[in-house]
Design a protein around this ligand. Structure first.
Ligand SMILES: NC(=O)c1ccc[n+]([C@@H]2O[C@H](COP(=O)([O-])OP(=O)(O)OC[C@H]3O[C@@H](n4cnc5c(N)ncnc54)[C@H](OP(=O)(O)O)[C@@H]3O)[C@@H](O)[C@H]2O)c1
Length: 233
């Protein structure tokens, strides 16, 4: 089993931030496991990574609303790699902006299924793999969050789901830090700020499509979070 490569799972890799992060980490030589529902977009991304001379990523076409598919992902990573060094919990759903009292029950359930419950289920099935990481400073879990619009009118569903996600990750971080300060799994949340993406255009359909491009500066905090990770064989 090869252990001199950093194995990183990125959810929501088909477009937007997840795609940009995938390209950046591929350039650094990471072994990527990329998920989303859109097979074509994942294949195109894989072609781009491979044709640039980087490691071929593993692609997992899955709907994060399906718990069984998440559990299968954990088993597949165990069979193929036996461990995992990092996860970026990036995939998210905006839902439909509306007054709280008019919020559609099914849409709210979907929001929490993708933005909270899927991430809980991912952590449940990936935790054992993260503990087997070869990274001397411990594996790393990064949650992509959004602090803007928290408590803003019409953003109740998305805002509440991101707040719940962050709170869950704070508990997970504390559970994985010993009283001596040693972390078996390092956990952090990063807010990338405004980005022109499919998710944002659902909220602001009239906004220019490239008003907030994803730049090196957007990716910087993610690269910094992973920069301390050293592989020990
Ligand atoms: N855009 C912003 O201004 C902004 C600001 C702050 C934080 N964020 C956060 O940044 C992260 C990335 O957002 P983005 O703007 O890059 O959005 P995006 O371009 O719409 O990408 C969302 C990704 O999530 C995946 N996804 C959504 N629902 C899914 C499901 N049910 N199952 C599997 N995958 C699913 C999508 O893939 P498929 O559709 O192919 O499944 C897509 O790859 C999110 O966590 C978002 O909350 C965004």
């Amino acid at each position: 089993m090869v252990t001199d490569e950093f194995r990183l799972l990125i959810t929501g890799a088909s477009r937007g931030l997840g795609r940009a992060l995938s390209l950046s980490f591929a350039r650094l030589g990471y072994r990527l496991i990329l998920t989303s529902r859109t097979e074509g977009a994942l294949s195109e991304l894989s072609d781009e990574i491979v044709s640039s001379g980087y490691l071929r990523p593993s692609l997992v076409v899955m709907d994060l609303r399906c718990g069984d598919q998440i559990d299968s992902l954990g088993r597949a990573i165990f069979d193929r790699f036996s461990s995992l060094d990092g996860v970026i919990l990036n995939a998210a759903h905006l839902g439909v902006l509306s007054p709280v009292e008019h919020g559609d029950i099914t849409l709210w359930q979907d929001l929490f299924r993708v933005n909270v419950l899927a991430n809980h289920r991912l952590l449940r099935c990936l935790h054992g793999l993260l503990l087997r990481s070869h990274i001397s400073t411990g594996a790393i879990v990064v949650g992509v969050t959004c602090k803007d619009y928290r408590g803003t009118a019409f953003w109740g569903g998305y805002g509440a789901s991101k707040a719940a996600f962050e709170t869950m990750l704070s508990s997970y971080a504390e559970e994985n830090t010993s009283s001596q300060g040693f972390s078996s799994v390092r956990v952090c949340c990063i807010d990338p700020g405004k980005m022109s993406s499919a998710l944002r255009s659902c909220a602001f359909p009239g906004e220019l499509r490239d008003k907030y491009p994803i730049t090196e500066r957007t990716l910087e905090p993610f690269m910094a979070a992973f920069s301390e990770s050293v592989i020990s064989n």
